[in-house]
Design a protein around this ligand. Structure first.
Ligand code: FES
Length: 232
């Protein structure tokens, strides 16, 4: 499946906080994510249609984003320009519209599809279970290199280039490891477990995951370096 024809998790929902413009990258596209005051979630190209300034340095005005450069305002949902401050009585042209992407919230993440995609984001292993999202990690490595290292881990089965299932923490239900290819050389690994542990059990689970994160990071980076050297 081509990368633009599928859903990718790009950020945990809890990180899209009120009146904040979040920034992510997917397949070399810079994307801003923001939640309007009415709860609607927007995923937009990080580029003002006026002069191309990054919208990530703009202002969240509740139901609009205000570009930092000339103050054009763009509406939640449509991405259409609602006001050009230098010409306040003029109706903004239809072409003054931010490019937007499909976005969904499921399993504790915001998911984006850059192109046409069938269906909704789906992690069948977690359906019917609670969801506990875990810390994400970004690696200076291609998604294929991250997936190759994951595949060498005991208990981890890589199901497709961007998705693996980990049964190692068996008694705590399956954990899904999801790759977000930010670019050809940068990958973020997201994790979500199907458990609703509380108290000491949850703490122990989070500690175990943190320990694994520390342990896997140098191995992924060093394997990526080795494959880069081998290709020279
Ligand atoms: S560049 Fe955004 S309003 Fe001019």
């Amino acid at each position: 499946m081509h990368g633009t024809s599928r859903w990718f998790p790009v950020i945990r929902s809890e990180e899209i906080v009120p009146r904040h413009i979040a920034f992510v990258q997917l397949l070399d596209e810079e994307i801003v994510l923001w939640r309007a005051d009415d709860g609607a979630l927007n995923a937009w190209e990080n580029r003002c249609p006026h002069r191309g300034i990054r919208l990530s340095i703009g202002t969240h005005a509740g139901s609009e984003i205000v570009c930092r450069y000339h103050g054009w305002r763009f509406a939640s949902g449509s991405g259409s320009c609602t006001l050009i401050p230098a010409h306040p009585s003029q109706v903004p042209p239809k072409a003054a519209r931010v490019r937007s992407y499909q976005i969904r919230e499921r399993y504790g993440f915001a998911w984006i599809a850059l192109g046409d995609v069938e269906g909704e984001p789906s992690l069948p292993e977690l359906d019917g279970l609670p969801h506990l999202t875990l810390r994400s990690m970004t690696f200076a490595a291609a998604a294929a290199d991250v997936a190759a290292t994951l595949a060498s881990e005991p208990g981890i089965v890589v199901h497709d280039p961007y998705r693996a299932v980990w049964e190692r923490m068996g008694d705590a239900a399956p954990m899904l490891l999801l790759l977000q290819p930010e670019s050809s050389a940068m990958t973020t690994l997201h994790a979500v477990a199907g458990n609703d542990l509380t108290g000491a059990g949850r703490l122990a689970f989070l500690r175990a995951h943190n320990a694994w994160c520390k342990e896997i990071r140098p191995r992924i980076v060093s394997e990526e370096s080795r494959s880069a050297q081998a290709s020279r």
